[in-house]
Design a protein around this ligand. Sequence first.
Ligand code: KG4
Ligand code: ZN
Length: 342
Amino acid sequence: MTRILAIESSCDETGIAVVDLLNGAVHPVAEFLRSQIDIHEAYGGVVPEVAAREHLEIILPMLSHALSAVDLASVDAIAVTRGPGLAPALRVGVETAKALAYAGNKPLVPVCHLEGHIYASWISNPSSVSLPPEFPALALIVSGGHSEFVLMKGHGKFERLGETLDDAAGEAFDKVSKMLGLGYPGGPKLAQLATLGNRFAYSFPRSMLDSGDLMLSFSGLKTSVLYQLRSLDSNLTDQVKADVAASFQAAVVDILVSKTRQALAVTGCKHLILAGGVAANESLRQSLSALSHDSGVTFHLPQFKYSLDNATMIAAAGAFRFIAGHTVDPRDCSIDPNLDIV
Ligand code: KG4
Ligand code: ZN
């Protein structure tokens, strides 16, 4: 058994978690998470320096709770998100992890946040008997900053197959939410409004579907929504807004499902992993689940609470990295705000 304590502070969630890796599955032992959504809501988005200040305020009290729940002596290594993310926010988690590893004489495992999102599918679910993904697996990462298809050939072995040419899917949700006056965080608010609308009311473009590759694009869709809203101008009733939200969401889901179908065909993968904050979107979850069923593919969907940022997924990725020997001297670890998975 391997026990990992992990710290996550890449954006607006402060998280500390302890997990055990046992027989290829990750079992949460202790989990602490604090969201800053209420603080950033007033600014209409995440302000990096404010995020860092909030992480700083909470991280040591949170660590002290974690260490009273779990004896540090039982922990094999400390994992931490080193990127991608907001530099001032990342720094708080990384410096805390370095100090803990150094003082506790533990190895330090730097983790890519996107890899963490993928490893959310390895976290055991007490209410289901689903098994962890098998390789090769296709991962669709859809978060606030990234949208990409990644072929996972083994633990820590990734190959990027395609990515967005412009906005990330989550970013498009956030921007359209702003246009509709829904505020921050955009994705969940827009998704909620979409449940009240007619997805066929407006026909927004589905870019790149026939590009012959696995590249994605969401900026044309976003601009098309902007023009539609301008042309509706004074007729923007609550129902019209809900129809726009539903039609926009339908376009994003169609693009992602169609490209995932192509990616499964190209790779022949029999395991599909959905990762990143947009994995919380119910419509996307259902549509990819239906695609997987029709294609004879096993669909690995993180539990809802592990779709959004959390430290348990970082501990999960860190555990597999640790057993593969990817540790560093705590004094040599630094943040990388632009880190990518490959
Ligand atoms: O992974 P995440 O929590 O942070 C990053 O690593 O970026 O993803 C956040 C993104 C945001 O863009 C947010 O609007 C989007 O995920 N998101 C959603 C939903 N919940 C969060 N997008 C669509 N529908 C949702 N239910
Ligand atoms: Zn994330």
